[in-house]
Write a protein that binds this ligand. Structure first.
Ligand code: PYC
Length: 307
């Protein structure tokens, strides 16, 4: 395995070992991983080997010859369609391993092909799957949070995006921000408010003015397993840019500098292809560790702690 972090958010790349998932399509292999071998997700990411914050990227053979690799992203509670910071981490990891050099490459993900432009061993631009706003100005009454208004958008995952007033988006307030965003998520579910085809909205994103005037906005993003994203969130920034384009506040080609809760920044842009919004995100990742996992049959926590 190789660990990295992208703007503070960790990615753990699984390079080899694990079950034989066969030769099926990537989506079928992810289904098989989830159905038959889900204990490995917990064993790799959860305590005592990992923590709730870590996102996994299981690197597999791509279905399509034009991709350098395929990746299945997973976290402490399940699987992600796409992961922006994770894709930047995968790119830095592939560069560290000497599997890619600077220039353009493609990574296959369960929700589509993602372009990677490696600028240096650490600096990467990814072109995400298409993003879109699904619904605007949805109003919900959140216990302890009052009336909250937000947009629903897809950026590779489903997001509820809220212009936040109140408690500043700072590390000192992380517990309260986590509680607020978790209550928003719970209320969305209780109200039957979903993304397309009934998809659960499992990422909640709050926005305020940036701390650094060189940036456009600051965010706090709650991930599905209740951990907050240390990075500005690649799929969340993609969803945000789709909303901005739909409301005429971001033009194709213009930069959108999204600051996260640690103050780290992703620079986003969109282009429009046949009426579809294609977001790209630029950020930096750093390799932090190489390791081999050991599964001792005597270890009561060899499959991780949790369910
Ligand atoms: O960067 O897209 C992202 C992401 C999703 C969850 C954590 N990071």
């Amino acid at each position: 395995m190789i660990d990295s972090h992208t703007a503070g958010e960790p990615t753990r790349c699984v390079l080899s070992g694990g079950p034989d998932l066969g030769q099926a399509s990537l989506v079928d292999r992810m289904t098989r991983l989830r159905r038959d071998h889900d204990w490995m997700r917990r064993a790799i990411l959860c305590e005592p080997r990992g923590s709730d914050v870590v996102v996994g990227a299981w690197l597999l053979e791509p279905d399509t010859p034009d991709c350098v690799a395929a990746a299945v992203f997973f976290n402490n509670v399940g699987y992600l369609g796409m992961c922006g910071h994770g894709t930047i981490g995968v790119a830095a990891t592939l560069a560290y391993m000497g599997r890619i050099g600077t220039g353009v490459h493609f990574l296959q993900t369960p929700v589509g092909k993602v372009k990677i432009d490696l600028h240096s061993s650490n600096d990467v631009t990814i072109e995400n799957v298409p993003a879109s706003r699904y619904a605007a100005k949805i109003k919900i009454d959140v216990p302890e949070g009052g009336i909250v208004v937000g947009d629903i958008a897809w950026g590779g995952n489903w997001f509820f995006l809220v212009e936040h007033q109140g408690l500043p988006l700072e590390l000192a307030n992380v517990d309260a921000l986590t509680e607020l965003t978790w209550n928003i998520r719970t209320q969305l579910k209780a109200s039957g408010i979903t993304g397309a085809d009934g998809a659960e909205i499992d990422h909640i994103e709050l926005f305020t003015a940036p701390h650094d005037q060189a940036n456009n906005s600051r965010n706090f993003v709650l991930c599905p397993g209740q951990a907050y994203d240390r990075s500005p969130c690649g799929t969340g920034t993609s969803a945000k840019m789709a909303c901005l384009v739909e409301s005429g506040k971001l033009a194709p080609g213009d930069a959108w500098r999204q600051e996260g809760i640690l103050g780290t920044v992703f620079e986003g842009r969109v282009r429009i292809e046949n009426g579809t919004i294609i977001p790209s995100i630029t950020g930096s990742a750093f390799v932090t560790a190489e390791s081999t996992l050991i599964f001792d049959l005597e270890d009561p926590f060899r499959a991780g702690i949790g369910s």
